[in-house]
Design a protein around this ligand. Structure first.
Ligand SMILES: [Fe+2]
Length: 188
């Protein structure tokens, strides 16, 4: 389940209904897909796409997406820092950003045209759809890995357009999910 925070209001949403309805209010679609199906987190991309083929097909029909792929990012990814630096500054795309998380964690910050900035920490089983034109930025969590299905209307439209507002530097890319598991060190 995602964790949604509204830093400027000191609010945290962890209830599925509350998250879905709050995000819908700022134009972000959020869904949980059944992640209990028998597929390993490191299964080949074609197996991942096949496992979720019915959901992918439904989204394609709904959003006009024509292609789907699987993106893998981890600490061994060549050019990781340069890749992350492209997306951790406020930007928008001329294409929806649609991600279904297979493995790993990351944080999307969304800055609605009206209202407070929202941080959405996503994990396996979360589907997020950020409509074209939405101001947002993205960071990985501490494990620096994420694996996700992506859907595209037109892959060329996915290049980032930067707002250059610097708003992103006012928000810490904090991840909370992992910190709910006390480490041995913190228990002593
Ligand atoms: Fe983006």
């Amino acid at each position: 389940m995602a964790i949604v925070t509204i830093p400027d209001e000191n609010r945290t949403l962890e209830d599925r209904e509350a998250i879905t309805s709050y995000l819908a209010g700022i134009g972000i679609d959020y869904e949980r897909w059944d992640s209990s199906r028998p597929i390993a987190p490191n299964a080949p991309a074609d197996e991942v796409l096949a496992a979720y083929s019915s959901e992918i097909q439904a989204l394609k029909t709904q959003g006009g997406y024509v292609t789907a792929d699987v993106i893998d990012v981890n600490s061994q990814t060549p050019g990781l820092e340069a890749m992350l630096a492209k997306f951790n500054r406020e930007h928008w795309h001329d294409e929806d950003e649609v991600r279904f998380i297979i493995h790993g964690r990351g944080v999307f910050h969304i800055r609605p045209r009206q209202g407070a900035v929202v941080a959405i920490e996503v994990e396996a089983g979360d589907l997020i759809r950020v409509p074209r034109g939405t101001w947002h930025w993205f960071n990985l969590c501490e494990t620096r890995e994420i694996r996700a299905i992506r859907l595209f209307q037109e892959p060329a439209g996915w290049a980032p357009n930067y707002t250059e507002t610097g708003v992103d530097s006012n928000y810490q890319p904090l991840c909370f999910g992992a910190s709910y598991l006390p480490s041995e060190g913190s228990m002593s």
